[in-house]
Design a protein around this ligand. Sequence first.
Ligand code: 6Z9
Ligand code: ZN
Length: 263
Amino acid sequence: GSKWSYIGPDGEKAWPNKYPFCAGVFQSPIDFHEDILQYDSNLVPLEFIGYDVPSTDQFTLINNGHSVKMYLSPAMSIRNLPFEYTASQLHLHWGNRNKSEGSEHTVSGKHFAAELHIVHYNSEKYPDVTAAMDKADGLAVLAVLLEIGPFNPSYEKIFRHFQNVRYKDQKVLVPGFNIQELLPDRLDEYYRYEGSLTTPPCYPSVLWTVFRHPVKISQEQLLALETAMYCTESDDPEPLEMVDNFRNVQEFHERLVFISFHE
Ligand SMILES: NS(=O)(=O)c1c(F)c(F)c(S(=O)(=O)CCO)c(N[C@H]2CCCc3ccccc32)c1F
Ligand SMILES: [Zn+2]
């Protein structure tokens, strides 16, 4: 129950009062635009281990008051990064029903409808995500930009449970499935930069991989994401809709974003 939000007196402009790193260096998210991008031929496709989780396993999906997050299996990890990173959780960021522009990262100043983040920690150097999250080489987050298109049966495996996590601290079990289904085609094409957590405590501890190609979900799926959840508990007399839970893009001076693709 950390006291910060995306709106009002505890909104992002006030974060540095309680969380000094939020005013610090290497902050995320950022805008990807031409003059900060540099092709890097060393950026090879990531390798996903144990992402195909059997349906006999279950993931816990929880409304934590800031986002809807799903704890992942410790058997899931990624390679081809400087270290092996083990999966911790995935969560989403989105806008609202009148403005479906809730992605955190932007491309040439343009928001996408929403964004999925899969948080991993450096399991070669640290015992768990709590030990890793404030270390410069502690975390690796994969980001998928979401846009409107046909119904997406893979995202529906999570979205179908939203009615059971409408309020803060509610949770539900989700049968395992291949988390790789949530990722776009062309896993070889991505943006790569060193940044931070996009929520307090904003530690500059994240190696970001943002896939170039967005994934499509339907208008109805997006509306469900934008209207299902509340930041408040089920008995709160003043319910607060969980909308616009994205941080604005941060200044990015004298830094480069490396890309694995030619224009
Ligand atoms: N955009 S983001 O930077 O990826 C990002 C979020 F946006 C986000 F909301 C969360 S949160 O849901 O945990 C609520 C805020 O702490 C996280 N959690 C991370 C960092 C904080 C502690 C922690 C502990 C265990 C697992 C993951 C995490 C987060 F990393
Ligand atoms: Zn996130």
